[in-house]
Design a protein around this ligand. Structure first.
Ligand code: AHR
Length: 341
């Protein structure tokens, strides 16, 4: 309990840090304007005193986490006095690419986006670089080899989140001799959180051969898909012991499916999820989710600070990691009234 309180305290401090616009850094690697055009653009924006224009291409509105993330970005941009151009890609990469090209045409000062998937960004990022517009990644990473295509990546360590989920499970079943059947609801196929949360989880649970993932499928980070896929899992497998959901929304959809099948979520099927939004905390406090790994959506303050720094030609870390906590049902009960999102 002491340990969990420490984690909660640490995550609260990070939220405060994020709100104050500074950041937690893990890398000493720094960036500089990649081209002469970029240097000229950033210097002139910083010196002219005109309102900074930030183009932000959001993933969509697929989850409670995303809604909180969008609000954080919009509120922080307003607070910073920036002119925010915001677009919602409805979980489609082509929409995000279109939005980024529009921001390039509009000659915004900075482009920021949370990439729907990891691959396929080099061409459009090169176009932004050639136009001298700096790009900041938030929440999700790209797999581009050329890291000069963006200034920094601000967001969670998704592999670590998967590991935290795996560690809790390994500990829970450390004395069990029977096979533990796990089903997994993955996030959007090809997205960084889906790839990394799976990788981190698999890495840890392989230490116990009794822990077996018997089915794993995407639920696209949405409640509706989480429910639909869980219904299919329940139909195909009579003996499911654990559900690992890559986010709360899919876990919440799955809980409906489990209850409709006459089973008790959190008891007949142990549930682990990622995010820690209010609805997830509510379910955890009712004992329907057993363990939540936090993923902090309040990235707005850190993003606006990075925009300021980039425009002022300051050196910034290439990677800015957000710190997060973990919560059992008991922690969730205690923390629910304080949950901001
Ligand atoms: O990229 C972060 C993930 O995207 C969150 O875990 C999920 O809820 C969201 O849709």
């Amino acid at each position: 309990m002491k340990k969990t309180f420490g984690v909660v305290l640490a995550s609260t401090m990070v939220l405060l840090t994020a709100a104050c616009g500074s950041s937690t850094t893990t890398s000493k690697q720094t960036t500089a304007p990649a081209t002469a055009a970029a240097a000229a653009t950033t210097a002139s924006a910083a010196q002219s005193g005109k309102k900074v224009t930030l183009g932000f291409a959001q993933v969509g509105a697929e989850s409670g986490w995303r809604t909180a993330n969008t609000k954080s970005i919009q509120d922080s941009a307003k607070e910073a006095g920036f002119d925010l151009k915001f677009s919602d890609a409805q979980q489609k990469q082509e929409n995000q690419i279109k939005a980024i090209r529009t921001y390039i045409q509009q000659k915004v000062d900075v482009i920021a986006f949370s990439p729907v998937v990891e691959s396929g960004w080099d061409t459009v990022l090169k176009e932004a670089k050639d136009a001298g517009i700096p790009v900041i990644l938030t929440d999700r990473a790209v797999d581009s080899k050329d890291t000069s295509l963006y200034k920094t990546f601000i967001g969670s360590d998704f592999v670590e989140e998967g590991r935290s989920a795996g560690k809790w499970l390994v500990d829970k079943y450390k004395d069990t001799k029977d096979t533990v059947n796990i089903v997994e609801l993955q996030g959007t196929t090809g997205s960084a959180p889906a790839n990394d949360r799976k990788a981190g989880f698999d890495e840890i649970i392989k230490s116990n051969p009794n822990l077996k993932v018997i089915a794993s499928q995407t639920g696209d980070f949405t409640r509706a898909k989480g429910k639909e896929v869980m219904q299919a899992f329940l139909k195909a497998n009579k003996n499911i012991n654990v559900l690992y959901a890559h986010n709360d929304d899919m876990a919440l959809g799955a809980i409906q499916a489990i209850e409709e099948a006459g089973l008790k979520p959190g008891k007949d099927i142990v549930i682990i999820s990622v995010d820690g939004v209010k609805d997830g905390f509510q379910a955890a406090s009712e004992g329907k989710i057993n363990f939540i790994v936090e993923c902090n959506p309040l990235l707005g303050g850190q993003l606006m600070q990075a925009v300021r720094d980039v425009l002022a030609n300051k050196e910034i870390p290439k990677r800015i990691v957000t710190k997060e906590g973990v919560f059992t049902s008991e922690d969730a009960k205690r923390e629910l009234p304080n949950r901001q999102y």
